[in-house]
Write a protein that binds this ligand. Structure first.
Ligand SMILES: [Mg+2]
Length: 244
């Protein structure tokens, strides 16, 4: 029986993909004023798939935040056939990205009702994220979720999920054992399998139509076979937890 439920934030409680789409479109339009919806989609896919593994290098603590952002922008540039980008281009892109990104943050409709229901059922609740504290605090406030404690971020250890210490620190802060804690996130390997490896109950939120593609492990059958619980909406969570 679980006593605590810890959530990933981006693309789990908050619709970050939609916000990324707005941010990538606004920022890339500066470099390519005739950006079509098709080319904007190519840019977004490049960002989300991160085939160069730059964000993962950041969450392993091997490259800096702005370094990985520039590397991913340069991959977008290559995908769109844009000529070499200068320092001014990178700065302008980053500025436009951040502005449009923050302006587009919104919670998924199932986030607040699920959190409230789980609290009524007596679960401790928290958030663990692979992004920076400052951004995530703003995001929680902007989406009306700032009553959820932000337990661990990239700033805590300088490394992120799937490192086991990240999940274990969340349990320690909530005063619960890993075995009585469920972790719910949209990335099968980083979230669900990472949590399982740390001794938590790993749950993969596979929202329909939200696949990332690329190198991401997104196989529901393989996930279930390895003991990961797979859900398609957060509203399934209370019953799923109750059945464990
Ligand atoms: Mg996520």
């Amino acid at each position: 029986m679980s006593r605590a439920v810890v959530f990933d934030l981006d693309d789990t409680l908050v619709d970050t993909r939609t916000a990324f789409a707005a941010a990538i479109d606004a920022a890339t339009r500066l470099l390519d004023p005739d950006l079509t919806p098709e080319r904007s989609a190519v840019a977004l896919a490049s960002w989300r798939q991160d085939l160069g593994g730059h964000y993962r290098a950041y969450t392993r603590g091997t490259v800096g935040y702005w370094e990985q952002r520039e590397a991913r922008l340069r991959e977008i540039g290559r995908a769109l056939g844009l000529p070499g980008l200068g320092a001014d281009d990178v700065e302008a892109w980053n500025e436009a990205f951040d502005l449009a990104f923050a302006g587009a943050w919104a919670p998924f409709p199932d986030a607040r009702p699920t959190v409230d229901r789980l609290r009524e059922d007596g679960y401790e609740i928290g958030v663990v994220t692979n992004a920076q504290t400052r951004v995530q605090e703003l995001k929680l406030a902007a989406t009306g979720l700032d009553d959820l404690p932000l337990l661990v971020t990239m700033d805590t250890f300088g490394v992120g999920k799937p490192a086991p210490e990240v999940f274990l620190e969340a349990c320690r802060l909530l005063g619960v054992e890993p075995a009585e804690t469920a972790y719910v996130g949209d990335e099968l390997d980083t979230d669900a399998r990472g949590a399982m490896n740390a001794g938590l109950r790993g749950m993969w939120l596979a929202r329909p139509g939200r696949r990332r593609g690329g190198h991401h492990d997104e196989d529901p059958e393989g996930a279930r076979a390895s003991g990961v619980a797979v859900l398609t909406s957060l509203t399934e969570l209370p019953d799923l937890l109750g059945a464990l």
